[in-house]
Design a protein around this ligand. Structure first.
Ligand SMILES: [Zn+2]
Length: 88
């Protein structure tokens, strides 16, 4: 799990996601299933009680607090959806 502070944090992970093109399945607002090397991982994007945007992925890298490409792939969809909701 990591706290999302800015898009700069995601630059490397986004580059990797663009290269590997994982499948992202929508599982409800803020919840995504992303394909990885060992099957699907679940990515949950939410705001915690302090107002921080947190992103959690079930892969090994994210367990150590790394920004994984699954999170980046899910976030690019999440950010788009959040924008749509705001402008709706
Ligand atoms: Zn991951």
């Amino acid at each position: 799990m990591f706290i999302l502070k800015g898009i700069d944090q995601l630059t490397n992970a986004i580059a990797k996601a663009k290269k590997l093109r994982p499948r992202v399945e929508f599982g409800g607002f803020g919840r995504y299933r992303v394909s990885g090397s060992k099957g699907y991982y679940t990515v949950v994007c939410r705001k915690d009680e302090r107002g921080y945007k947190t992103v959690a992925c079930t892969c090994k890298g994210a367990e150590k607090g790394l920004v994984c490409y699954h999170s980046a792939a899910a976030l690019s969809l999440h950010i788009g959806l959040a924008r749509q909701q705001q402008t709706a």
